[in-house]
Design a protein around this ligand. Structure first.
Ligand code: KG4
Ligand code: ZN
Length: 338
């Protein structure tokens, strides 16, 4: 079999990433995190675009170096077309176009949300590849969706958030607690030391397979403000229990909806994807669902949960095999459906 090398480039938000894949196997996956946003408590779009511009060339060079190949060996350039921040997407899009033109090889446009899901098709020694159709709970900083994946390129959204994404629920809760951005991983860490039943937050009532997280955020804010007024060191003294209780509520909401999706579709092959799928509790609960409910669960490796270019490269590779190339006139799209 011929070796097909695809370079993937991801620049949709605040991570600049480049990866090389050979026949579905990851040879390199370099991610440059942007530190500049932490002190602002969230991603500042202008600063993100500038940092991408600074990082993109060294990150691509590093990815080629780690993969131990030269750029003229590449067969295609995959890039994130959207969804994401326009200024950030433009950097990756323009760079990918120029490189593909210069090397005279196909340009492969990738939908970031599809790529989170298709990361499950990266070939690893111990990888479990989901059979079609399967259900994927895609949970990130910008999206929360239950997707029915019919094949690599045919995906149906069965439900999604009507307001905040689940990653935002984590990050905004963390902000209320005075934790730095992104707060999701910290809540996860502290939650492991606390009691998930210490405080009770009501779950939102939202139809069918849709989600809502803005009410929960407000409930947490009011609860914290009230407690702090009565007991000035409330957050400090109860941080672990607060984090565990918030995380427990969020994960309960996600699991309830997944159970509904299984009931509706009768599909029991369940995957998770996106940054929040790094969360230790959702990973644990999905594993438990195998024993308790007979599901087969697909949990991505940590490095393929948060934004990375390996997922862009695998999606580009699948496009390449399908002869689906992008035209050089392709434009970045801040909003793009799966
Ligand atoms: O997929 P991603 O890297 O970027 C987007 O496409 O949005 O997701 C980032 C989100 C952030 O909200 C971050 O707080 C959250 O994923 N996240 C976590 C964990 N690790 C990352 N949330 C909860 N627990 C974690 N361990
Ligand atoms: Zn993402």
């Amino acid at each position: 079999q011929k070796s097909i090398y695809i370079l993937g480039i991801e620049s949709s938000c605040d991570d600049t990433s480049a990866a090389v894949i050979c026949n579905g196997v990851v040879l390199s996956n370099v991610v440059a995190n942007q530190e500049v946003h932490a002190k602002y408590g969230g991603v500042v779009p202008e600063l993100a675009s500038r940092a991408h511009q600074q990082n993109i060339v060294p990150v691509v060079q590093q990815a080629l170096k780690e993969a131990n190949i030269e750029k003229h060996q590449l067969h295609g350039i995959a890039f994130t077309r959207g969804p994401g921040l326009m200024g950030s997407l433009l950097v990756g899009t323009s760079f990918a176009k120029s490189l593909a033109l210069g090397l005279k090889i196909p340009l492969l446009d990738v939908n970031h949300m599809q790529a989170h899901i298709l990361a499950h098709f990266i070939k690893e020694e111990d990888s479990r590849i989901p059979p079609f159709p399967f259900i994927c709970l895609t949970i990130s900083g910008g999206h929360t969706q239950i997707v029915k994946v019919n094949n690599h390129f045919d995906m149906e959204i069965l439900g999604e958030t009507i307001d905040d994404a689940v990653g935002e629920a984590f990050d905004k809760s963390a902000k209320i607690l005075g934790l730095p951005y992104p707060g999701g991983p910290l809540i996860d860490k502290y939650a492991q030391l606390g009691n998930p039943k210490a405080f009770k937050f009501t779950k939102p009532k939202v139809g069918d397979l849709d989600f809502s997280f803005s009410g929960l955020k407000t409930a947490i804010l009011y609860f914290i403000q009230k407690q702090e007024k009565e007991q000035p060191n409330f957050i400090k003294e109860n941080l672990y229990d607060i984090c565990a209780s918030i995380q427990y509520t969020i994960i309960e909401i996600l699991m309830d909806k997944l159970k509904n999706a299984v009931k509706q579709t009768q599909i029991t092959h369940i995957a998770i994807a996106g940054g929040v799928s790094a969360n230790s509790e959702i990973r644990k609960r999905l594993k438990m669902a195998e024993q308790h409910w007979g599901w087969t669960s697909y949990i991505p490796k940590f490095e393929y949960t948060t934004d990375n270019a390996a997922m862009i490269a695998i999606t580009g590779y699948l496009n390449f095999l399908n002869n689906t190339y992008a035209d050089v006139s392709v434009t970045a799209q801040a909003r793009l459906k799966v």
